[in-house]
Design a protein around this ligand. Sequence first.
Ligand SMILES: NC(=O)N[C@@H](CC(=O)O)C(=O)O
Ligand SMILES: [Zn+2]
Ligand SMILES: [Zn+2]
Length: 348
Amino acid sequence: MTQITLRTPDDWHLHLRDGAMLRAVLPQSAAHFGRAIIMPNLVPPVVTGADAAAYRSRIIDALPEGAAFTPLMTLYLTEDTDPEDVAAAHASGLIAAVKLYPAGATTNSASGVADFARVQGVLERMADIGLPLCVHGEVTDPAVDIFDREAVFIDRVLDPLRKRVPGLKVVMEHITTSQGVDYVRSCDTGLGATITTHHLVINRNHILAGGIRPHYYCLPVAKREEHRLALRAAATSGDARFFLGTDSAPHTDPAKLQPCGCAGCFTAPNTLPILAHVFEEEGALARLEAFTSLNGPAFYGLPPNEGTLTLARGAPDLPGHIDTEDGPVTVFDPGFTLDWHVSARSSC
Ligand SMILES: NC(=O)N[C@@H](CC(=O)O)C(=O)O
Ligand SMILES: [Zn+2]
Ligand SMILES: [Zn+2]
């Protein structure tokens, strides 16, 4: 096969940040994606409908001329979130989901949830109105090993939460384990999962063996090889419960290359060439479109994009980093030579 045309992909988990970083990274996503779920973990976080409306305007203002890209906004769930504000933001079409960060689990999650009893009312309201909850699924208990935090979260937090709020639509974001895959597969309705590009490519050896590689450090941290293989099987299976959320999470090199560096991989520029490579390796190019362009909209109750994106043979012309006014941001290196590039996009 020398080229493949997909319905325009969507990114169901994206960090665009704000200010100079937003202006630098937004064109990278807008070039290849029709829509993206925009993560609300700014400083301070996007907690109210008014915050989301203002952030959405800043994103629209930063879009390149003529870009065909729609930001799907989210609210950051706190213990003080007002169910009425959430319902109004949903009813007006402003937000597509609410994001749950367990307090302290990841970048800018200090305002997240510690006492789940305090968000029961919001979650019940979300179930009533059909608004999905996106979940960063890791426990924060320091006694739990970092490689076990996702699996423990399913048992201790997620499964009880779903039983307390029947009917709530939940997306397990950026799953990294076979337990995550199995849990999603065990549920017939109301549960989906995003899978990132980088977790299909790296395991924990890539971060730690032969030297420490900060650009491969993200949360949830990459796990053993058996988990990477489970993720690849899920992503390439065509199963509608699994869809692309890149979790492209830019941090400047100075912020990553520190004694205590930030978590996040920046994959927006090369996600589609990498995915084409992975799906081809798995003999599943025919199912790439389901993962990038069909399963996500179906879960969120939206139509697929009307436009198309074409990938063709040949190495992409991609930079190793992009420059921002805050400093360089390194693009995720998949560690293999890419042989697919985005060759065309039509937006009708
Ligand atoms: N994935 C990451 O490693 N980092 C994300 C936060 C997140 O998605 O957990 C970020 O905002 O930098
Ligand atoms: Zn996260
Ligand atoms: Zn993220």
